[in-house]
Design a protein around this ligand. Structure first.
Ligand code: KDG
Ligand code: MG
Length: 455
């Protein structure tokens, strides 16, 4: 089927009609199939080819990058999410200029082969931009495979291991009572697990607390600042003093019947993180998230030596190999990669299997700055693996649900995916076109003396 014509003036769309199909293998001898050709598709089904790759950048409140892959079977397409907060156009360009030409003519069913080729092919592999682009392609291909098989993705991954994915939301506030109120609201809504963040006295706009109003409504939403980044202040001393007070307050007022979590957001040094984990021990956290920056994996040993507070890590990881040191030494209890930044389902299921061997559970990243296809992929994996731990979730605003229908739904403390074939999510391209990209950055942070601090 010839690719459909595209509106020429629509920013963010790419037409690839006539793009070169896969290069012919250089070898033509030495194998029964006559060369180093990619694997063949399912015998008995008509051969399938990728005919078009569309990259859609849309901003229904915040920026999202979507990849729509069309096939030679009329009406059969997949939609993946390739959103990288603050660097959306770098991913869109990678997809449009570098990956799309390699996909045209390829068999969409050969997901692992395509993944390997796109990951290892460029020689300069990895990094968040390339891995997010790869995730977008990966999710679209799994969506196609599920639709072709007539099955939801969790069935293709081995079938259900559980009814739903235990979910956590966020509670934030300017002081201890505000956070307590936010946790109570989340519990009334059905959450058994709540992440709690409090503003640091004397410092403006602590991570996770800037949008304090109805914080559980916007779980994971970090403020995207229009035009240029806004700078927050951070000091480890006041932070390390207020956080144990927060959890002492929450346990004193709420008791033990709610699971509590906290995100350090990679802001601390090794001994500071160890001190925090140790001081939080009496409050029995479900986990303490991302205590150190991803570069300092060996420093997790210090945390372990001093505390039994469960540790989660991984939203900034990009490869399976980033996860290996922490998992194989059991320095963490939860691996919480972002499927959108680690190459999609194909890589995440390997991370989950690696973790299973070391009694580490999953807690995939689920903020508002990744789109519904990634949230759906999270839950498809959650409900089909044995070592699922917990799922971070968001309530998307109505406009996002109109542009990208089918996001997983929250029911009584759990996330549920649709039982429809594929991911269960879709894209309304016409509506997406009405919300053009708007330049936006994540905030940055500095210390009081003016020096740069990790945000
Ligand atoms: O874009 C950055 C966000 O995804 C991140 O700050 C959210 O840490 C986060 C979380 O745990 O949801
Ligand atoms: Mg986090």
């Amino acid at each position: 089927m010839p690719p459909k014509a595209q509106p020429a003036n629509r920013r963010g769309f790419l037409k690839l009609a006539g793009a070169t199909a896969l290069a012919k293998p250089a070898l033509s001898r030495g194998t029964p199939w006559g060369g180093a050709s990619p694997p063949i598709s399912t015998p008995g089904l008509p051969p399938l080819k990728i005919t078009e790759v569309r990259v859609i950048v849309t901003c229904p409140g915040r920026n999202y990058v979507l990849v729509k892959i069309l096939t030679s079977e009329p009406g059969l397409y997949g939609v993946g999410d390739a959103t990288l907060n603050g660097r959306e156009l770098a991913v869109a360009t990678t997809l449009e200029k570098h990956l799309a030409p390699l996909l045209i003519g390829r068999d969409p069913e050969a997901i692992e082969d395509t993944w390997q080729d796109l990951y290892r092919g460029p020689y300069w592999r990895g990094g968040p931009v390339q891995m997010t682009a790869l995730a977008g392609v990966d999710l679209a291909l799994w969506d196609i495979k599920g639709k072709r098989a007539g099955m939801p993705i969790y069935q293709l991954l081995g079938g259900r291991t559980r009814r739903g994915a235990l979910a956590y939301t966020h509670a934030a506030g300017n002081d201890l009572t505000e956070v307590e109120d936010a946790v109570r609201r989340a519990m009334e809504r059905g959450f058994q697990c709540v992440r709690a963040q409090v503003a640091i006295p004397g410092l403006e706009g602590t991570y996770g607390t800037a949008e304090k109003k109805k914080s559980e409504e916007i779980a994971g939403r970090v403020p995207q600042q229009a035009d240029l980044p806004h700078t927050e202040l951070f000091e480890p001393g006041p932070y390390l003093r207020i956080v144990p007070k927060l959890f002492a307050h929450l346990r004193a007022t709420l008791g033990e019947d709610v699971e509590l979590l906290h995100d350090v957001h990679e802001k601390l040094g090794p001994v500071e993180a160890a001190r925090l984990a140790k001081e939080l021990e009496p409050y029995h956290l479900f986990f303490l998230e991302d205590p150190l920056r991803p570069e300092y994996k060996e420093s997790f040993r210090l945390i372990r030596q001093h505390s039994t507070t469960p540790i989660a890590m991984g939203e900034l990881f990009n490869t399976l190999w980033d996860c290996v040191p922490l998992i194989k030494e059991q320095l963490i209890d939860f691996i919480r990669c972002d499927l959108g930044h680690i190459g999609g389902i194909t890589n995440a299921r390997k991370v989950a299997a690696l973790a299973e061997a070391f009694q580490v559970k999953t807690a995939w990243h689920g903020p508002a700055d990744i789109a519904p296809p990634t949230h759906a992929a999270n839950v498809h994996i959650d409900i089909s693996i044995p070592n699922f731990g917990i799922q971070e979730m968001v309530f998307f605003p109505e406009v996002v649900r109109e542009v990208m229908p089918g996001a997983p739904e929250f029911q009584g403390g759990y996330m549920m995916v649709r039982d429809t074939p594929g991911l269960g999510t879709d894209l309304n391209e016409e509506l997406a076109g009405k919300y053009p990209y708007q330049r936006a950055y994540l905030p940055t942070a500095r210390r009081k003396d003016g020096s740069v601090q990790d945000w």
